[in-house]
Every structure is written in C-alpha cells, then in structure tokens.
Design a protein around this ligand. Sequence first.
Ligand code: COA
Length: 158
Amino acid sequence: MTAQIDVVPRKRGSGVTLRRAMLGECERVYAYNAAADVRALSGKPTPILLGDHEMWFARRIADVSSPFWIIEDDGVPVGSVRIDARADMNARISIALDSSARGRGIGRRAIVLACADWRGIVVAEIHEGNAQSRACFTACGFVQMGKHDAFDVYQWSP
Ligand SMILES: CC(C)(COP(=O)(O)OP(=O)(O)OC[C@H]1O[C@@H](n2cnc3c(N)ncnc32)[C@H](O)[C@@H]1OP(=O)(O)O)[C@@H](O)C(=O)NCCC(=O)NCCS
C-alpha cells in the first residue's frame, strides 16, 4: 500500500522577502535593470553601460532616504525594487525581476511589501506597452491617475 501525502498548495508569493541591496551587488542589479526586455518595457531601449550603472548604483544605495531592496524568493535573489524619494513630488517605485521569476506572484508581493515599508503615497510610471506591469500594479491597489507621453501614471495611497 502506498502512503498518501497531502500537498497543501503554496500561496503565490508566500516565499518573497525584501532585504537592502549592498554595494557588492552592483552587477546583480545591472543584470535585472539592463536586460534588453526590461529596457524595452521602460520606454528607453538604449543600452545602459556598466560603468554608468556602477556610478549610479553607488550613489543610489548611499541615499538612505530612498530604499533599495533585493527581492528574494525562498532566499534566492530574483530581482530588485526601489522607491525614489523626490523633492516636491510623490515617491516613485521601480521594479525589475529576472525573466525566470516573472508571472508567479513575486512582483505583486514585492510591491506590496515595499509600499507597506514606505507608508506614503507611491507613484508608478508604466509604459503603455507594458500590460504585465499594469496588471501587477493594479492587483497591488495602484490606480491610474494620469498619463504623460507614453507612460501611464499609477498611484498607491496607504
Ligand atoms: C512587471 C513585473 C514586476 C510583474 O511582476 P510578476 O511577478 O511578473 O507579476 P505577478 O505574477 O506578481 O502578477 C501580478 C498580477 O498581474 C497579473 N498578470 C501577471 N502577468 C500578466 C500578464 N502577462 N498579462 C495580464 N495580467 C498579468 C495577474 O493578474 C497577477 O495577479 P494575481 O497575482 O492575482 O494572479 C515583472 O513581470 C517584471 O519585472 N517585468 C519586467 C520589468 C518591468 O516591466 N518592470 C516594471 C516597470 S514599470
């Protein structure tokens, strides 16, 4: 007789955690942000040079007013999410997952965790061709507030 094992389905995104990005993770974040498909969806398809990214990343993670996290799924890094504080404007969220990690509820969970940590109004600027991002931010409670050029502007309020 074979033993029966009950498998309880895992909730989507249940293994997702955020931790602060470290200086030594410059190339990891470059791989997420500079991927050709991410660049195309950002509306800026021009490649990012690694040297430019290194300077930006060092400056950016030194800015303690604007959190920058690595997204982990069951302890494995799969992407990054950051919130940029902006003078006289609402903070802006940006996220990029490795292509192998998309479509499994990880982005949704990471955005919810990031917004909960920030506790203020957060804006997402989503390229009009990025249906997956729009669906994900909408599922997180973001609401479209406007549009500029090719970008839909979405907002989340605590
Ligand atoms: C956009 C991104 C962060 C979304 O994260 P994700 O983990 O792939 O998305 P999720 O699996 O969490 O999906 C969230 C919701 O969006 C919806 N969704 C996901 N993929 C979709 C698709 N291709 N089409 C329509 N809806 C989709 C689902 O309804 C899902 O809701 P559910 O969790 O209730 O099922 C991720 O795909 C990514 O990093 N893409 C490349 C970079 C990028 O576009 N960044 C955003 C720039 S504004």
